[in-house]
Design a protein around this ligand. Structure first.
Ligand code: ASP
Length: 331
């Protein structure tokens, strides 16, 4: 029988109703008691690293989850991380950079409704997650939710209430589950050794453009961060409202050593700065990078991982455009 470690972190799946609304309180052991079927699938152990609403997750929490996987890696065949859905896509992306080329499955799951509700997605998602964590076909970090297996670097929460909460952005689902049976379309790489990383820079920010935005907001972010992800409109570019304020800021702060990553706030199909003059003129600046088909979650956490290792522009550029866990297809 496969051995799977479940790492509890809180979220709705583990929440109980309090006078202040839903609050995580159920231990992973307690969660497993709601789904006895799991004991027929694998030998399951549990550990709780913390218990929070995932709104409160920080990079420090990502390091703790990665550390729990690393410490137990040799003793288990796979890992289930139960997690709140709100920031699960960020955690999945961060873990994809912190734990690279894992031949063992590392599966995040959670739920839109607590496990003790009569009508809940918790039990199905948890069983599916254990099926995936014990599978010989999957590898690396993924999110298992509502019968879908989504690559960790490609996930996004796209529904705030319904059970079909997650989508795979610019990449197909890896697998589906029907009645807890796994149908794998894209098998994972099951050979080799995992590579664990222990540093993430918190000096990365994210700015979403809106029509008429005050350029001083960009200055504020560039002043404080080593890298700024800019969620542009459409295929990408910066606005000019009678002056070149945004372009001047990018030139000023990249000359001071900052990096700017241009991405799009459009969910599907990615950026292409070369199309319009509003984007094209940024292409010559080697400290301006482009996210292409990456998710914002992946671009953000990838820059945190990269800046945890280097600030050399050529190295940053090369690491950013080198695919990790199929996070970027454009080359
Ligand atoms: N607020 C919850 C969380 O992210 C939502 C959920 O788990 O579905 O922890």
């Amino acid at each position: 029988m496969k051995k799977v470690l479940m790492i509890g972190t809180g979220g709705t799946i583990a929440s109980e109703m309090t006078a202040d609304g839903l609050t995580p309180g159920l231990s992973p052991e307690k969660l497993l008691q709601f789904v006895p079927a799991i004991s027929e699938l694998c030998e399951a152990d549990c550990v709780s690293v913390f218990s929070v609403d995932s709104t409160n997750i920080t990079p420090e929490h990502w390091m703790r989850i990665a550390g729990a996987v690393r410490d137990a890696y040799d003793r288990y065949d796979g890992f289930v991380i139960s997690h709140g859905t709100d920031t699960m896509a960020y955690t999945a992306a961060a873990l994809s950079y912190l734990i690279q080329r894992s031949p063992k499955p590392i599966v995040l799951t959670g739920a839109q409704k607590p496990i003790y509700y009569d009508s809940t997605d918790s039990r199905t998602n948890l069983i599916d997650a254990f099926v995936c964590a014990g599978s010989e076909q999957l590898a690396g970090v993924s999110i298992v939710f509502n019968g879908r297996v989504i690559l960790g670097t490609r996930a996004r929460k796209t529904c705030s209430k319904s059970f079909a909460a997650f989508s795979s952005i610019n990449y197909p689902d890896l697998a589906t589950l029907q009645d807890h049976r796994l149908l794998c379309y894209i098998p994972g790489e099951r050979t080799g050794e995992p590579r664990f990383f222990e540093r993430l820079s918190t000096e990365v920010g994210l700015l979403k453009l809106v029509p008429g935005m005050d350029p001083e907001l960009m200055r504020f972010a560039l002043e404080r961060k080593a890298a700024l992800i800019v969620e542009c409109f459409g295929v990408g570019g910066l606005p000019s409202y009678g002056d070149n304020a945004f372009f001047d800021l990018v030139a000023e702060y990249t000359a001071k050593g900052r990096f700017v990553v241009m991405t799009t706030q459009v969910q599907n199909e990615g950026s292409d700065l070369s199309v319009y003059s509003v984007g094209h003129r940024l292409k010559e600046n080697r400290r301006v990078l482009e996210a292409y088909d990456m998710t914002t979650e992946a671009a953000y956490t990838k820059m945190m991982w990269i800046l945890g290792q280097t600030r050399v522009p050529e190295a940053v550029q090369s690491l950013f455009y080198t695919p990790v866990a199929h996070d970027i297809l454009h080359s």
